[in-house]
Design a protein around this ligand. Structure first.
Ligand code: BDP
Length: 715
């Protein structure tokens, strides 16, 4: 039975195993370098599981992954057995394995998902124990052990304990029922809704494996701009099929719920959360869902936002709406993720202030199975934003952090932009909500305000593309999200380093150069798109390329002009007390740091301040010169990334090397386009000459303004 499981896994890995097309992600398990292989093999002679008992599907998955992975790394067969021999890896929980029970490992403080990996003596033999309180912890431990082996750690001497800091670690798929993906750049949706539940693609299992390997334990399957039909019986059957495939890997499914579903599907006259008929409809719907999917995670809701229905239509608050759904899910253990991404059409209020204004007063009004989900910044996933002021401002409410893994505003899947750096910047930001050190990470993991519940969500970049994300390096952003969701204090650099070793090579020369490319890449994007705190300069609708000149849309806050306000006098959005005073939404130490020109970091300058073009920067340059300088640096950095990548050819397989080379060529061209279009436009506002030695834009402004992209992906 167990051996069969291992075979199935090995078979599913086999076709991809030799073709380096990126399908295997960071689970490549290539033979270790000769000098490490023997030592590793001696510590991986067999995988020992649950003597005398029938293991759960999760334990079987752990054993199969370990056996298949270790066999590849050691380049020799690694059997799954029931008796420990010297050098074996013994896995299980005290309940499932008498051997693990006998070891008496310290499992008290690692919860249900944590694991302990330790080199121990068992009946006179030296073995490695991978132990946990629950089977899922064993699976996480198995992946951790494989990661240690792949990244060249000495697995003969281990003493590791780890437990996730955040309870609910979710991917949010913005996938539509017609197979398209909103802001998805890796082809069609991975979910073949049409042929589910009958056709269950083996990729669903590999998707679950990949997620489990980085500790993700939930997936919202459909777009936040939700179609109500996902809640109908035929679709719930399809959802149940996916849930069944994911279950052994600890991935719970969640659905985005359309607030008007009682009207759309139930034929009710209202979706008012105070209407007893509406409440009964949701209760019945929850029962129907749990009858099919007993471990269903819950709902994600985008309400009263960008045209989506919500409780405000009935004069009710976000809390009223969320609590109604929470009531329906509570008997079954489900959770509501209620999004705080709201801003009113054509409100006179600064858009970036609106979510705080609506949600902060509701602190304490949400049911205990509601988590308010807040984007990392107060605008919308820009290449750089200051952290969202709601973090720290709702002490009585668990807040989930929503990050965007898909690169809607950072060059789609084309540009190499390692987002681990962006995620880290947000998580490390100090809200000062409860004294120094109350970082966003500590708000989100629940420790600052002692919340039992905690959550984090990443808007997925996964699609049907053979390599999952449409680009080799875009995989790193999925990986980094998962690793930071497990431990938000991990360093982006370490995460990139382990990803590179697993995904490409652990060769030292490759490693140093590739790591440097990754670590520089996000700042390069900021520089050639939106330096110095600028934001939202992209093309309307599809968000492809620069369009800072757009100033005439139906909703003014959808125009780039609204954000940069460049004219002959200067540029930037005054969010200090003399302007919108958005800065006052932050805790006093943060607010005063951002409000004061002497202390605000350059990176956020024009987000908070409107300044004359000749404002003197710390560098000694004028603001105008500094802006041009950043655009130039961004373009130069991409050229340097290209040159660095070219030196890595000997270390990378032909297919992924060529693809990355081609993508970098596009990135270089598009970086230049961003730079030229933005400089041409801002120069038309400033009326200033280009600094000496700076190359003029290749084409006149009118050229950039005339470009149209009706078929840009992701819409
Ligand atoms: C924006 C996207 C839009 C999403 C929206 C959201 O452009 O497609 O629907 O956010 O998060 O980033 O709801």
């Amino acid at each position: 039975m167990l051996a069969a499981g291992a075979l199935v896994l090995a078979a599913s890995l086999a076709p991809a195993a030799r073709a380096e097309d990126g399908y295997e992600l960071w689970l490549r398990y290539r033979p270790l370098p000769a000098e490490q292989r023997e030592r590793f093999a001696a510590s991986a002679t067999a995988i020992v599981v649950s003597p005398g008992r029938e293991p759960s599907a999760t334990l079987r998955a752990a054993a199969a992954e370990l056996a298949a992975g270790a066999a590849e790394l050691a380049a020799r067969p690694v059997p799954i057995t029931q008796a420990a021999v010297g050098g074996s890896v013994v896995i299980g929980t005290p309940r499932s394995s008498p051997l693990i029970a006998e070891l008496g490992l310290p499992l008290a403080s690692i919860g249900s998902e944590g694991y302990v990996i330790r080199t121990v003596e068992l009946d006179g033999r030296r073995v490695t124990a991978i132990a946990a309180n629950d089977d899922l912890g064993v699976l996480y431990g198995a992946f951790a052990w494989l990661r240690l082996a792949q990244t060249g750690e000495d697995v003969a001497n281990l003493d590791v304990a780890s437990a996730p800091r955040i309870e609910l670690r979710l991917l949010n798929h913005w996938d539509n029922l017609d197979g398209s993906v909103e802001r998805g750049y890796a082809g069609a949706s991975l979910w073949d809704w049409w042929r589910l539940p009958d056709v269950v693609d083996p990729r669903y299992t590999d998707y679950a494996r990949a997620n489990a390997s980085i500790g993700i334990n939930g997936a919202v399957l459909n777009n936040v701009n939700a179609e109500a039909e996902i809640l109908t019986a035929p679709y719930l059957e399809k959802v149940a099929a996916l849930a069944g495939t994911f279950r052994p890997y600890g991935i719970r499914v969640y659905l985005s719920a359309r607030f008007s579903a009682p009207i759309d599907l139930g034929g009710l006259a209202t979706a008012d959360p105070f209407d007893e008929g509406v409440r009964a409809w949701w209760r019945a719907k929850a029962e129907e869902i749990y009858a099919r999917i007993p471990d269903f995670g819950g709902f994600l809701v985008k309400a009263d936002s960008e045209g989506q229905p919500g409780p405000q239509r009935y004069g009710r608050t976000h809390a009223d709406g969320a609590n109604m759904l929470a009531e329906a899910l509570r008997p079954h253990g489900g959770v509501v993720f209620w999004r705080a991404f709201v801003y009113a059409p054509n409100s006179a209020e600064d858009r970036v202030k609106q979510a705080y204004a609506e949600f902060a007063p509701l602190d304490g009004a949400f049911a205990d199975n509601v988590i308010v989900q807040v984007k990392n910044g107060p605008l919308d996933f820009q290449p750089r934003e200051p952290f969202h002021p709601l973090f720290g401002a709702m002490p009585c409410t668990p807040l989930a952090l929503e990050l965007q893994i898909t690169q809607e505003y950072l060059g789609f899947s084309t540009h190499l932009a390692y987002l681990g750096v962006l995620f880290e910047e947000v998580l490390d930001a100090d809200t000062h909500a409860k004294g120094t050190g109350s970082t966003v990470a500590k708000i989100v993991d629940g420790s600052s305000f002692e919340h039992r519940r905690s959550g984090i969500a990443g808007v997925s970049n996964v699609g049907a593309a053979r390599d999952w994300t449409g680009a080799p390096f875009a995989q790193a952003n999925w990986y980094a999200f998962g690793r930071l969701a497990w431990d938000p204090e991990l360093a982006a650099r370490e995460i990139a380093a382990e990803w590179l070793a697993m995904t490409f090579s652990s060769d030292a020369q490759f490693h140093e150069t590739a790591l440097s490319i990754m670590l520089r890449s996000r700042e390069a994007v900021v520089d050639y798109m939106t330096p110095l705190g600028l934001a939202h300069l992209m093309g309307t609708g599809h968000h492809y390329g620069p369009a800072p000149w757009v100033d005439d849309l139906d909703r003014i806050e959808w125009t780039p002009f609204y954000y940069h306000r460049a004219d002959a006098d200067g540029i930037g959005f005054d969010r200090t007390a003399t302007g919108s005073n958005a800065v006052a939404q932050y805790a006093p130490p943060v607010a005063s740091r951002f409000a004061d020109l002497a202390t605000i970091p350059d990176a956020y300058l024009l987000w908070f301040h409107r300044l004359p073009w000749d404002h003197r920067m710390r560098s000694g340059r004028t603001l105008w010169e500094e802006i041009v300088h950043h655009y130039d640096s961004g373009v130069a950095e991409v050229a340097a990334m290209q040159a660095d990548w070219a030196t890595l050819e000997p270390f990378v397989d032909a297919e992924r090397f060529a693809k990355t080379t081609q993508l970098l060529q596009i990135q270089a061209r598009e970086a230049r386009w961003w730079r030229d279009a933005c400089i041409a436009y801002f120069q038309s506002r400033s009326g200033l000459p280009l600094p000496r030695g700076v190359a003029p834009p290749e084409r006149p402004l009118e050229h950039y303004m005339s470009l149209r992209f009706p078929y840009a992906p992701g819409r």
